[in-house]
Design a protein around this ligand. Structure first.
Ligand code: SIN
Length: 290
């Protein structure tokens, strides 16, 4: 699954995926506060690999919250009812008899329709199905870097328009859903507002540029007619989610995965009908994209 241990960390064991996008971090106990040097190394590994995963981490919800807060304030989660008395924790739960499409099934970067979307999402697996249930990640940095100079020049200065209208609007996908869903989704007029962000975003830590668009939340390009914007966005989506940029993450029980919403997209794959899947999710507040 992962490769040799990287030697430039003193307190953590980092095993990057073969592509360098995604890395396993072993040998830590996340239920306790991380010593400052270790926390800095985890942050560095996260910035370098965009998706970091820590196997064998049985965590209580208190411990999950405490782990999250070592990286920053909680993000704000709209449109999904959080866990009881845990306003910052979402339970992503799908029962064996659910037929509704699994939550998060389209490519997206979390809450990119917000003015300052979350820098990170943290997902902890409680119950993993025996088949399916993978999460896919697409590397928006490498996808950007591989674009032609001509395309990079074309994208320079463009602002993409983000909105939650397609999934969470009053006539959105969830509002029209007929099948039973355990997660409580709040379809709302608030989802119909729009938020422009640079189409190419610069990472505040690494300085790398990344494509910052998704078919779930990007509804257009500022100042461009839909007939021009949609084909351009479509071309970029197809480019970004090519196999060479995608990491398919396989879960095991009690794994914690933390990803960088500023430079990658993700998608929750289904394929586990008839089985229970339960994950707990927090987000870490981020900056206004530049
Ligand atoms: C999500 O946060 O979009 C869902 C990811 C997953 O359940 O694998």
């Amino acid at each position: 699954m992962s490769q040799a241990v990287q030697s430039d960390y003193a307190t953590i064991e980092v095993r990057p995926n073969p592509s360098g996008f995604g890395a396993c971090i072993c040998g830590l106990d996340l239920s306790k506060p991380l010593p400052p040097i270790t926390l800095d190394e985890v942050k560095r590994a996260w910035a370098t690999h965009s998706v970091v995963y820590f196997p064998d981490q049985p965590l209580t919800l208190d411990e999950l919250e405490a782990f999250t807060l070592q990286f920053g304030e909680f993000g704000h989660d709209p449109f999904i009812k959080p866990m009881k008395e845990r306003p910052h924790v979402l339970e992503l739960r799908r029962e064996p008899d659910e037929k509704a499409t699994n939550f998060g099934a389209g490519w997206h970067s979390d809450w990119s329709f917000q003015e300052a979307p979350p820098a990170a999402t943290i997902l902890h697996s409680e119950v993993t199905p025996p088949v399916g249930g993978d999460t896919l990640y697409a590397d928006g940095s490498r996808a950007y870097e591989d674009l032609s100079d001509e395309m990079k020049a074309r994208l320079e200065g463009l602002k993409a328009v983000h909105s939650a209208i397609l999934p969470y609007g009053t006539k959105g996908v969830f509002a029209q859903e007929k099948e039973k869903r355990t997660m409580e989704i709040i379809s709302s007029k608030d989802a119909e507002t729009t938020q422009p962000h640079p189409l190419v975003r610069t990472h505040p830590v690494t300085g790398r540029k990344a494509l910052y668009i998704s078919p779930t939340y990007t509804i257009g390009i500022e100042g461009m007619e839909a007939e021009d914007a949609q084909p351009l966005l479509g071309e970029l989506y197809l480019h970004m989610v090519q196999d060479k940029y995608v990491y398919r993450h396989k879960w095991s029980r009690n794994m914690l995965t933390m990803w960088d919403n500023r430079c990658c997209l993700h998608l929750a794959d289904g394929g586990y009908d008839g089985h229970l899947r339960v994950m707990h999710r927090t987000t870490i507040a981020g900056d206004v994209p530049v």
